[in-house]
Design a protein around this ligand. Structure first.
Ligand code: NDP
Length: 310
């Protein structure tokens, strides 16, 4: 097993795979550590209709499988393992894998993406997997013919509510403000789905049940009334947090944990370490922008290696 590479890619979403395709074709012989969710967030979504090149749309998991095959075709060494620790204090950089062995790397491309956020209620964790989920596409099937609630008012919540509405009898969307943050197209879809009800100005106070969820206690902030919704499933869709904890001792992060890169490049504050995709992008967060920045990171890494005389 190689323990040194000129280019180590951490993370396997659109950014990571695109970086791998470019780095492998540039003969950098990249190693990729996929992390715990190979393929990233797109593997837990359904239809992707806005990725150029798929005129009829495609499924997220299928698209990521195509990305993976393309990265393999050019010789990427893909390892289904987790980067557990990094040491960027000296070159080559050291990355510990699964707490078991180290890889040294002349350049590192970070494409670790982002993960779903939780409300932070103790009952949310108690019932996680027993009626509470952060992925409608993964778990919606279990609530076929039942009533469910989903919290959040962004595109994710709107998309997941629409997905659930196809399976469930009724979907209640709990939105804390008096408006949705979702795009107009998604709002239109939500408001035109008869079995989705949107409750504005509502907070989630508690998830209740015995072995599994049988209700959600909510407060209507307009009337100050607290009541229980009869639902058997509760979905959380309130945004994401970048997966950057292991880098915080080395890299400049913004106040919400996104890696700071130099404008117009994927350079971080450490020469030879580059960041791409959702780990450094809180504005666009699209598969196509992630892929674009993955390409940039591989080109930046290649140029940097040339400048260093590799
Ligand atoms: P967003 O950050 O866009 O939205 C999060 C939503 O959750 C907001 O309505 C927010 O409310 C609400 N929220 C946050 N915290 C809480 C809380 N503690 N309690 C209750 N509600 C809360 O995240 P998304 O995941 O929806 O979207 C992320 C990005 O991905 C966006 O740029 C989006 O456009 C994009 N996206 C695009 C899709 C597509 O094009 N098909 C599909 C999915 C996502 P508030 O508004 O009050 O802050």
């Amino acid at each position: 097993m190689n323990t040194h590479t000129s280019c180590l890619i951490i993370g396997s979403g659109p950014a990571g795979y695109t970086a791998a395709i470019y780095a492998a074709r540039a003969d950098l012989k990249p190693i990729m550590l996929t992390g715990l969710q190979p393929g990233g967030q797109l593997t837990i979504t359904t239809e992707v209709e806005n990725y150029p090149g798929y005129p009829e749309g495609t499924q997220g998991p299928e698209m990521m499988e195509d990305f993976r095959k393309q990265a393999l075709r050019f010789g990427t060494d893909i390892r289904y393992q987790l980067a557990s620790k990094v040491d960027f204090s000296k070159r080559p950089f050291t990355v510990t894998v699964d707490d078991k062995y180290d890889i040294t790397a002349d350049t590192v491309i970070i494409s670790t993406g982002a993960s779903a956020k939780w409300l932070g209620l103790p009952s949310e964790q108690t019932f996680n997997g027993y009626g509470v989920s952060a992925c409608a596409v993964c778990d919606g099937f279990f609530y076929k013919g039942q009533n469910v609630a989903i919290v959040g008012g962004g595109d994710t919540a709107a998309e997941e509510a629409s997905y659930l509405a196809k399976l469930c009898t009724k979907v209640t969307m709990l939105v804390r403000k008096d408006e949705l943050r979702a795009s107009k197209a998604m709002q239109h879809r939500v408001f035109n789905t008869p079995n989705i009800e949107v409750l504005f100005n509502h907070d989630t106070l508690e998830i209740v049940g015995e072995q599994t969820v049988n209700g959600v206690v909510v407060r209507d902030n307009k009337t100050d009334k607290t009541y229980t919704l009869d639902v058997t499933g509760f979905f959380v869709a309130i945004g994401h947090k970048p997966n950057t904890d292991i880098f915080k001792d080395w890299l400049d992060l913004d106040e919400t944990g996104y890696i700071k890169t130099v404008l117009g490049s994927t350079n971080t504050n450490i020469p030879g370490v580059f960041a791409a995709g959702d780990a450094q992008d809180k504005i666009y967060r699209q598969a196509v922008t992630a892929a674009g920045s993955g390409c940039m990171a591989a080109l930046d890494a290649e140029r940097w290696l040339t400048e260093q005389g590799h």
